[in-house]
Ligand binder design. Structure first.
Ligand code: 2AM
Length: 503
């Protein structure tokens, strides 16, 4: 057993935990690591000896008591265990060894309401709790993730130096990611992609919405690919080349970049391209679903985010779809010939829909901050997502700029830059959806986003009739266009259908 004191501890040595521990060690901190199954810890330490310059700073423990005792007070212990009950089990196992003022940091994908509960329970015992979203996958954890911490300001002040050190770095002015980190050689300087998000579960909430946006961002890219394939008959590598071109434009992002690579990947096990051999059923771990469900609860119109979750659900019905494809009819696809124009229109559809996706995400976060009495900084959120995380994209800088220009912006689409982008792209966007509908090609992400856009920009909607219906069968009352808001009216509708309903 080591007698070295450590600066921080980490529990949970799956890949995310291992990589975050190495990232922390690379920044000069001694880190104690523990795993429920000690074998995993031993393997991890043995592996490091060979490959990791900072391995001496990673110290493994087999029992929780010595693990905790090695850490300087106030202790900071990061959990990267499976979200849900495993987190509670781990916290309860740690508790007997902790002292007043120690801090537990949950870096898992926790449901924000669990984070709120855990923070309350722990603060009653004098233990601080930080729920921190961690985004960026394995590489992000290793070389710089985007970190979304929430809890008390006091606890954050204690964690902040380490979190700032290990987070992804972007150029402070342009927001361009500063890359080039390697084992033992982290990027130094620049804006660090972490900021205090707010109290209670705000950090995990924001991370959840980030994942919801990621769902729709990915879905939109898939629809762009599918339309190029089906409307234009383009092979995968040629579509990949289009994505690579798009990556040099306002669409530049991690997801666009990897899409270019994925589409050009040859099948290692046979002829042709790998993408054509990957089974078309999407998995999901649940954070997109949480986002859509919470949007429903809060009454936020996040239909594009929900559409992305539904699209995955529909894709998972592979056998049913194969059967249905032999029974249910659709039009015969007519290939378009003006390839250049259609590709440009698809790009418009992708960019406009993406703007809607972010508008919906921020609108949802805004609803939540009112419900939970948080005061979140939207411009900062976009900046935190600029580096490290899966949705990192050049256009996030435009979001930061938009909120710098107007911190009370009601909807992203109303910022002059985004208004202009929507106005310029909407004709192409409509054309693509019209072609998708005419040819029977599903494009639920593009379509949901357009319905949102058209709904949002409509001064009048048919909800007048809806209120009439509600008043008719339920006496729910309605307001009038010619009277002030807040005055409610009811009409004695004809008796006949009501009587029928009562039967
Ligand atoms: P394990 O290696 O012993 O399975 C991600 O799954 C991490 O969470 C792993 O480190 C895993 O530990 C840990 N984990 C999963 N379920 C757990 C539980 N019920 N209690 C404690 N740790 C758990």
């Amino acid at each position: 057993m080591s007698t070295k004191t450590t600066d921080i501890g980490l529990v949970g040595l799956a890949v995310m935990g291992q990589n975050l521990a190495l990232n922390i060690a690379d920044h000069g901190y001694n880190i104690a690591v523990y795993n429920r199954n000690p074998e995993k810890m031993r393997d991890f330490i043995a592996q490091n000896l060979a490959n990791e310059p900072s391995h001496e700073r990673v110290i493994g423990f087999e029992d929780l008591a010595s693990f905790v005792l090695s850490i300087k007070r106030p202790r900071k212990i990061v959990l990267l265990v499976k979200a849900g009950s495993a987190t509670d089990v781990t916290i309860n196992a740690l508790l007997p060894f902790l002292e007043q003022g120690d801090i537990i940091i949950d870096g898992g994908n926790a449901l924000w309401t669990d984070t709120i509960r855990r923070e309350k329970e722990l603060s009653a015992k004098g233990i601080d709790f930080i729920g921190s979203g961690v985004s960026g996958g394995e590489t992000g954890a290793r070389f710089g993730p985007s970190l979304m911490p929430s809890g008390t300001r006091k606890a954050w002040a204690s964690l902040e130096p380490i979190w700032r050190d290990i987070a992804a770095k972007v150029d402070a002015k342009t927001g361009e990611p500063l890359e080039g980190a390697a084992p033992g050689k982290p990027v130094v300087g620049g804006f660090s992609c972490t900021e205090y998000i707010g109290p209670d579960g705000a950090g995990h909430y924001v991370k959840m919405v980030h994942n919801g946006i990621e769902y729709i961002d990915m879905q939109l890219i898939c629809e762009a690919y599918w339309l190029m394939k089906n409307l234009l008959g383009m092979p995968a590598d040629e579509i990949g080349a289009v994505f690579k071109e798009w990556n040099k434009t306002e669409l530049s992002s991690f997801l666009i970049e990897i899409t270019g690579d994925i589409l050009q990947q040859k099948d290692p096990a046979g002829d042709g391209f790998l993408v054509d051999k990957i089974l078309d059923t999407a998995g999901q771990k649940g954070t997109g679903q949480w986002t859509a469900a919470n949007a429903l609860e809060l009454g936020a119109p996040a239909n594009a985010i929900a559409a992305a979750v539904y699209a995955r659900a529909l894709s998972s019905l592979k056998e049913e779809r194969v059967d249905a494809s032999k029974i249910l009819q659709g039009p015969v696809i007519k290939h378009e010939t003006d390839k250049k124009a259609i590709i440009e229109a698809i790009k418009n559809a992708l960019y406009c829909s993406k703007i809607c996706a972010y508008a919906q995400g921020f609108q949802l976060i805004d609803k939540a901050q009112v419900a939970y009495n948080w005061k979140l900084n939207f411009g900062e959120l976009a900046q935190i997502w600029r580096g490290g995380c899966i949705i990192r994209a050049r256009f996030l800088q435009k979001i930061t700029d938009a909120y710098a220009l107007n911190s009370r912006l009601k909807n992203l689409m109303l910022d002059p830059y985004f208004t202009n982008a929507m106005n310029e792209g909407q004709a192409g966007w409509r054309k693509v959806i019209a072609l998708a509908v005419t040819n029977g090609i599903p494009a639920q992400g593009f379509s949901a986003a357009l319905a949102y856009y058209d709904g949002y920009r409509s001064a009048s909607l048919p909800a007048n009739l809806l209120q009439g219906q509600r008043d008719y069968f339920g006496a729910h009352t309605y307001e009038r266009t010619d009277k002030p808001r807040g005055e409610f009216f009811h009409v004695d509708w004809p008796e006949f259908p009501r009587k029928q309903l009562e039967i």
